[in-house]
Write a protein that binds this ligand. Structure first.
Ligand SMILES: NC(=O)c1ccc[n+]([C@@H]2O[C@H](COP(=O)([O-])OP(=O)(O)OC[C@H]3O[C@@H](n4cnc5c(N)ncnc54)[C@H](OP(=O)(O)O)[C@@H]3O)[C@@H](O)[C@H]2O)c1
Length: 250
């Protein structure tokens, strides 16, 4: 995942990042800009988008456009109308998500309200996002979605994060099967812990983890339709040592 000027493969292409204000989203945005993309950074909050713009600064050669919008809204018509000006998209990267209550809670102590809240924030929002954004892609475009590795393993005391990750992964894989090669490529990246600025700020950092910009460089290759993983709809990026895999690392 090295970065050289030869890799500015997204020049002239438009990529929407849903959740661009997040720890992963900001790194993905920066990596896409370095590869020459016009990045449409979508977020729900104007101030957070302004902070993203300040963070990426004059990172180029790509260009950044920020759009205040809720891609997870059930009525996608507003999002579709706002994005029409950009024409059909070459890529979409979905990095939205909700970590849930930071206080770890066992399943038996989880309230119905917290259950409903997590399903809405971390699953229904993704369903709406996929339903709204997939048709906006060019037929040869690519959509990259992220789910955490807790989709595959028990995740005690954060079971709703694991359960929604498993459901998101299932949803995206079914979308791939339904399109059956007739539309844009749909990639599901199952990720381990990622190096992001917000996580580093709370002391969660490890040089053995992929970084948010690593994910952005990887997404670049998928959107450009090249590299060794272009034909792999399901990929695992758990640790740098394990690299990119197409089946879960043991
Ligand atoms: N970072 C990691 O190590 C890691 C590891 C495994 C999985 N993941 C998953 O990857 C995703 C992104 O992680 P992150 O660390 O970047 O999280 P983050 O820093 O909390 O950012 C998530 C972004 O998603 C947007 N968002 C949240 N809920 C939304 C909703 N209902 N509808 C639309 N947008 C929403 C927010 O943007 P606005 O509020 O500005 O719109 C927020 O900035 C999450 O699903 C997380 O569970 C992360």
């Amino acid at each position: 995942m090295s970065e050289t000027s030869e890799e500015r493969v997204l020049a002239g292409r438009t990529v929407l990042v849903a959740g661009a204000t997040g720890g992963i989203g900001e790194g993905v945005t920066r990596a896409l800009l370095r590869q020459g993309a016009r990045v449409v950074a979508a977020g729900r909050d104007e101030e957070r988008l302004a902070r993203l713009a300040a963070y990426v600064g004059d990172t180029g050669p790509g260009t950044l456009v920020t759009e205040v919008m809720d891609v997870g809204d059930a009525d996608g018509s507003g999002v579709r109308d706002r994005l029409a000006v950009f024409g059909a998209l070459d890529g979409v990267v979905i990095t939205i998500g909700d970590w849930g209550n930071p206080e770890r809670t066992g399943i038996l102590d989880t309230s119905s309200e917290e259950w409903e809240r997590m399903i809405a924030a971390n699953l229904t929002s993704h369903f709406h996002t996929l339903r709204t954004l997939t048709p906006l892609l060019k037929k040869d475009g690519a959509l990259v979605h992220l789910s955490g590795f807790s989709a595959e393993i028990p995740y005690p005391f954060a079971a709703l994060v694991g359960a929604t990750n498993a459901a998101k992964k299932s949803l995206v894989r079914s979308l791939t099967a339904e399109l059956d090669g007739s539309g844009p490529k749909i990639y599901e990246l199952v990720i381990g812990p990622i190096r992001t600025r917000p996580r580093a700020a709370i002391g969660a950092d490890n040089p053995g983890w992929f970084s948010a910009e690593d994910l952005g460089r990887h997404a670049t290759r998928l959107i450009a339709g090249d590299g060794p993983y272009a034909e792999a709809p399901l990929q695992y990026l758990i640790t740098r040592a394990q690299g990119v895999r197409t089946s879960p690392p043991q």
